[in-house]
Ligand binder design. Structure first.
Ligand SMILES: NC(=O)C1=CN([C@@H]2O[C@H](COP(=O)(O)OP(=O)(O)OC[C@H]3O[C@@H](n4cnc5c(N)ncnc54)[C@H](O)[C@@H]3O)[C@@H](O)[C@H]2O)C=CC1
Ligand SMILES: O=C1O[C@H](COP(=O)(O)O)[C@@H](O)[C@H](O)[C@H]1O
Length: 248
């Protein structure tokens, strides 16, 4: 039987990429504070993730949550990330645990570790001939308050996994860009995640068996300073795209 999946932040770019590849594969429920502007293949709940009752109702009968909703701006101010990214994520986890959800995939970010990109290491670390690699076992090192909120989301997942046994995967998404890698942006090319690989990676988050994981969500770029080995090992991620081989 198809799994029931709740996609929060469904109306955004990452939601768009996931649905582009997986719309027909699951029994979907969607949640976003913005009403839908197109047809979605499932019930669409218009609610804010900080609204406890609405989130609890949206969680009923759900097997897996893909939790994307939040403020994605690297310049986001504290009051916004505190409400949308931290309080909202805690509300989602609490409701998920109470509803007996099996797995949560959390949209974390490259910005959880952005401060590893020091003046001494850049721009060399963005290049294919440099061997600097983060693999997800390093301590968090956010370079902005948005990154702090993503680290906090990862820690919330750690707590809810350890305390309640829910399976959690934190996907530190790189730079999702539709159609082609970022142009004239070395850092963005090193952390490019294609729409196709994004859908496949979240499909693996729905299907794979795991306990608590932190993985990097990028395509198989020649330039890379994030390892995708853990995503391969823990999830069976098999990316098809590479920013170096894109000839559009
Ligand atoms: N696009 C990218 O390259 C990356 C995205 N991410 C993360 O992935 C997630 C999705 O990002 P995007 O799709 O790019 O952003 P987006 O801004 O396109 O989509 C976010 C969606 O979440 C909704 N939302 C925001 N706060 C909400 C709240 N309190 N309650 C209900 N809905 C809310 C918005 O209405 C929007 O539809 C975010 O958590 C972001 O931090 C992480 C790394 C890279
Ligand atoms: O977390 C995020 O990261 C991506 C890539 O970061 P950038 O510093 O290269 O812009 C960003 O585009 C996205 O909006 C953000 O949510």
């Amino acid at each position: 039987m198809a799994q029931s999946v709740l996609l929060t932040g469904a109306a955004g770019r990452v939601g768009d990429a996931i649905l582009g590849g997986l719309a027909a594969e699951y029994e979907w429920r969607f949640l976003d504070r913005d009403p839908p502007t197109e047809d979605y293949p499932g019930e669409f709940v218009v609610a804010d993730i900080t609204e406890e009752e609405a989130v609890r109702e949206a969680m009923e009968g759900i097997d897996v949550v893909l939790h994307l909703a939040g403020d994605p701006r690297k310049t986001a101010p504290w009051d916004s990330v505190l409400t949308n990214n931290i309080d909202g994520t805690q509300t989602v986890y609490e409701a998920a645990v109470d509803a007996g959800v099996e797995k949560v995939a959390f949209a974390s970010s490259n910005h959880a570790v952005g401060a590893f990109e020091t003046d001494e290491r850049t721009p060399e670390m963005y290049r294919a001939d440099d061997d600097y690699l983060l693999d997800g076992t390093e301590l968090p090192r956010p370079g902005n308050l948005y990154g702090v909120s993503k680290v906090t989301g990862e820690a919330l997942g750690r707590y809810y996994h350890d305390e309640y046994g829910i399976s959690v995967v934190n996907v530190r998404i790189g730079n999702l860009t539709e159609g082609h890698p970022p142009i004239d942006y070395e850092r963005g090319q090193a952390m490019w995640l294609s729409y196709r690989d994004c859908a496949h990676l979240f499909e693996r988050c729905i299907e794979a068996d795991y306990g608590y994981e932190i993985v990097y969500g990028i395509s198989d770029n020649d330039r890379k300073y994030y390892s995708i080995e853990r995503a391969k090992e823990a999830l069976g991620y098999d990316p098809q795209d590479n920013s170096a081989k894109h000839d559009d």
